[in-house]
Ligand binder design. Structure first.
Ligand SMILES: C[S@@+](CC[C@H](N)C(=O)[O-])C[C@H]1O[C@@H](n2cnc3c(N)ncnc32)[C@H](O)[C@@H]1O
Length: 240
């Protein structure tokens, strides 16, 4: 999750392997835990991401770190006539997405999103919800987004963040540090996995300037929108 390697958990390959197995394990309960822990607001955040992408009929969308497919499905519901591909390196998450049978057309692919075999300039939009925080090599993942986007393409990223207003931040952190791992653990059967979510969001918020990282990867004209008092943040970045 750091720029080039994960300091706390050995090599970036080791870190990626741990992330893959964690999400594989929680895949059957992932949606339920998300909706309970966010009181359903996560579905709205994904819809805002899709709206802000400015997607037009006929465009092609790659949803990186698609997990159980909610962003890919939100694109498919929002506009007809899109080519939508959902990609994730966890086979279990992708199988779960495939099994949802929403009657919507989405192609699925199991692959590491930091180094894909998509052609350069293949997509108009690359989206990623709650995924980039988990990249073992963030810079590499953002450069890959840039490579596979068309010249006027945009990267649309939704990630957790923390409220900026001190009192709100304090109250949210109480919930986030204590209630979330407990409830997430009860739903998924493993508290440790939800402790990873807490730790990774705290680290992300403290250390990463995503707009700066996007600029370094070759993006510009970046729009940042904070949602729900800053609990989540969207970045829309244009390929330069
Ligand atoms: C928190 S889930 C988000 C899933 C989905 N985007 C959503 O909105 O619920 C993070 C997902 O990122 C995937 N992931 C993390 N790093 C990845 C990588 N390098 N390549 C592909 N998938 C990755 C995990 O397997 C997991 O399914």
């Amino acid at each position: 999750m750091d720029k080039d390697t994960c300091k706390d958990c050995g090599s970036s390959d080791e870190f990626a392997g741990r992330v893959r197995s964690l999400f594989g394990k929680i895949s059957p309960r992932y949606d339920l835990a998300n909706h309970v822990l966010s009181l359903g607001v996560d579905l709205w955040w994904r819809r805002v991401l899709v709206r802000m992408s400015g997607v037009k009929a006929g465009e092609s969308v790659l949803d990186m770190c698609c997990g159980t497919g909610d962003v890919a499905f939100a694109f498919a519901k929002y506009r007809e006539g899109l080519r939508i591909v959902g990609c994730d390196f966890s086979e279990e998450m992708v199988e779960f997405a495939r099994g949802k049978k929403m009657g919507l057309e989405v192609e699925w692919k199991v692959e590491d999103c930091c180094s894909t075999d998509f052609a350069g300039g293949e997509f108009d939009i690359v989206s990623c919800a709650f995924g980039v925080r988990n990249f073992a090599k963030l810079a590499e993942g953002l450069r890959e987004m840039h490579r596979i986007l068309k010249s006027d393409g945009r990267a649309c990223i939704l990630e957790f963040s923390l409220p900026r207003i001190r009192a709100l931040r304090w109250a949210y952190l109480l919930y986030f540090k204590w209630v979330l791992p407990l409830v997430g653990g009860l739903i998924s059967g493993n508290r440790q996995d939800y402790q990873y979510l807490v730790d990774s969001v705290l680290k992300w918020d403290r250390k990463i300037d995503l707009a700066g990282e996007l600029r370094e990867a070759g993006f510009g004209d970046i729009v940042v929108k904070r949602l729900s008092f800053g609990i989540a943040t969207i970045h829309i970045a244009h390929k330069q």
